[in-house]
Design a protein around this ligand. Structure first.
Ligand code: NI
Length: 266
């Protein structure tokens, strides 16, 4: 059937967003708008105990929603009180597809770098233990993030660099460690440095994300983001690479399905 075929090739996966804080009613509307725009799967990322629990709740409630769970760098000051047995239990949930977001954020907090690194290391080893991909948050900590994935990951890991915002050389070095490069709304902003990254990285290593409710793509910048805007990011990549929208949709969906081991869309 032609119609179904077209829907299939235009299908997108939002590999990273935070839908935890929307009201039930808003969420229903957001998810239905996303489906209208061809977003077939949505991965909701946790970053602390509450958001992890909520991400799993949403994944249980909506068939198209999956969850990632982890303790992000914002929880590093509380490292002694984190509930590790709860996290391990959550990692084993059938709709939890990755550990994340985890990583380092030297922009928001420069005073607890050793705690951040310890927390990150511990979760990289959990990813190896449970054979799960990792979703990386990196802000102004590229070298340390790279070193830790390399040392602790022992080349056994796959994962994605969430909201990648650095240069092509660094993107290629993360790809060599098994990471995919996740592109969000920044690609649509004027003066973005991501254009050269997109040009130099093969489509086989790119996944798409909205990071809802943040980083809303143009022309909606300044408004609340939602997964339904993901097509704007796919569009920008297609334009930059000089390939069709369908090609971007097909390949990035294939990449995300492989990374998170998502079953094929029926
Ligand atoms: Ni995020």
């Amino acid at each position: 059937m032609n119609g179904e075929y077209l829907t299939h090739v235009n299908m997108l996966i939002d590999t990273h967003c935070h839908l935890q804080d929307f009201s039930k009613k808003k969420l229903k509307a957001i998810i239905s708008r996303a489906r209208d725009k061809g977003i077939r799967k949505i991965i909701v990322a946790g970053y602390d105990k509450t958001s992890n629990i909520k991400a799993i709740e949403l994944a249980t409630q909506y068939r198209c929603v999956y969850a990632t769970v982890g303790y992000g760098p914002s929880t590093a000051n509380d490292i002694k009180n984190l509930d590790w047995s709860l996290l391990e239990k959550m990692i084993s949930h059938k709709k939890v597809v990755a550990i994340g977001e985890i990583g380092l954020d030297y922009y928001w907090n420069k005073d607890n770098k050793p705690q951040q690194r310890k927390l990150f290391r511990r979760q990289i080893s959990l990813a190896i233990k449970y054979n799960k991909p990792i979703v990386i948050h990196n802000r102004e900590a590229t070298q340390d993030v790279y070193n830790l994935i390399k040392e602790e990951g022992k080349m056994l890991l796959k994962g994605m660099m969430h909201c990648f915002n650095f240069d092509a050389k660094s993107a290629l070095s993360f790809i060599k460690l098994g990471m995919l490069i996740s592109i969000g709304g920044l690609i649509t902003f004027k003066n973005t440095t991501l254009i050269s990254v997109i040009k130099e990285i093969p489509l086989e290593y790119i996944v798409l994300e909205t990071d809802t409710p943040y980083l809303t793509p143009e022309p909606y910048r300044g408004e609340v983001n939602e997964p339904g805007y993901l097509f704007l990011i796919a569009n920008e990549i297609a334009k930059t690479k000089g390939v069709s929208y369908e090609e971007v949709a097909r390949q990035t969906t294939r990449n995300a399905s492989y990374l998170f081991d998502l079953e094929a869309e029926i």
